[in-house]
Write a protein that binds this ligand. Structure first.
Ligand code: SAM
Length: 278
């Protein structure tokens, strides 16, 4: 079996995957796209040599990215998903009956096309009538919008290259401005094992803009560092409470996981004071 050596931009280790078959290899205007077949993980989507999703474990990430804020919000109707070209975040958003409109803002149309072809169980929601696809930089899309959005979700590649525009104070300000008074925001923020400084920087930048900022984590088998963090922010409500009944079909997220996933307050304080030593 041939091997794929992942080239994660920040990780001090390297993952190696056995490859039964290279199902797709191409280059878009933005990045190199590959779809590999692995005996354990099934199909794997790889962008610029970094694993994005695997068929076997994608639901851990997508459910935890989407459902925490969607349950903390009292009634999310208008949603923006930025990145997430595989369609997994959109699929999870659409599980909420309250949702009327999803702006799906992916810079690279080719990722959507490849995902529709090779990952139909992940990309199954992208042609839903509530979804409007915009192929452009998410930072440009949120700039100067009306304040009519309930939830903004960032599902980008690692914080390098064109994904960097989604982690600036200026971007967080545009996000806040496009949200309604009860609006909420969530983004990936790398691993607590390997990228503690990045986690702190994202939190600090979000705190400059939003009155409420929080941090939760989940274990992800295929992202380097595994102890994956999500940074969330809110204009009014706290994020730890659930404001709507948990009534959707999920494999990992539950109302119990919602409460358990947030960082314990004292540990959070020590993290932000840079007192966690590892
Ligand atoms: N779940 C994956 C992870 O955490 O590694 C991310 C998967 S999704 C395929 C990431 C997508 O973000 C890519 O398709 C990439 O094109 C898109 N992306 C990166 N920067 C972007 C930006 N500034 N605006 C819109 N989409 C962006």
């Amino acid at each position: 079996m041939i091997k794929f050596f992942e080239k994660d931009p920040y990780a001090p280790i390297q993952y190696v995957y056995g490859v039964e078959k290279v199902l797709y290899k191409g280059k878009s205007d933005f990045q190199e796209i590959m779809v590999l077949e692995n005996p354990h993980f099934g199909k794997i989507l790889v962008l610029d040599d970094v694993v994005q999703i695997t068929e076997r474990d994608e639901f851990f990430y997508h459910e935890m990215l989407v459902h925490m804020v969607m349950h903390a919000h009292p009634g999310p109707r208008n949603i923006i998903v930025i990145g997430g070209g595989d369609g997994g975040a959109v699929r999870e958003v659409l599980k909420h009956d309250s949702v009327e409109k999803v702006y799906f803002v992916e810079i690279d149309e080719e990722v959507i096309n490849v995902s529709k072809k090779f990952f139909p169980s992940v990309a199954c929601g992208v042609d839903d009538r509530r979804v409007e696809i915009k192929c452009m930089d998410g930072a440009e899309f949120v700039k100067g919008r009306d304040s009519d959005i309930d939830v903004v979700i960032v599902d980008s590649t690692d914080i390098i290259g064109f994904a960097k525009s989604l982690f600036t104070v200026e971007f967080f300000k545009s996000v806040k401005d496009c949200l309604t008074d009860e609006g909420m925001f969530v983004t990936l923020s790398e691993s607590l094992h390997f990228h503690k400084d990045i986690v702190i920087e994202v939190q600090e930048a979000m705190k400059l803009i939003f009155p409420t900022v929080d941090l939760y984590t989940t274990p992800i088998a295929t992202y380097a560092g595994n102890w994956w963090t999500f940074s969330a922010a809110s204009k009014k409500h706290d994020l730890r409470s659930i404001r709507r009944p948990y009534a959707i079909n999920t494999r990992y997220y539950t109302d119990e996981i919602h409460h358990q996933a947030f960082m314990p307050p004292k540990m959070y304080e020590r993290l932000m004071q840079r007192k966690l030593q590892w």
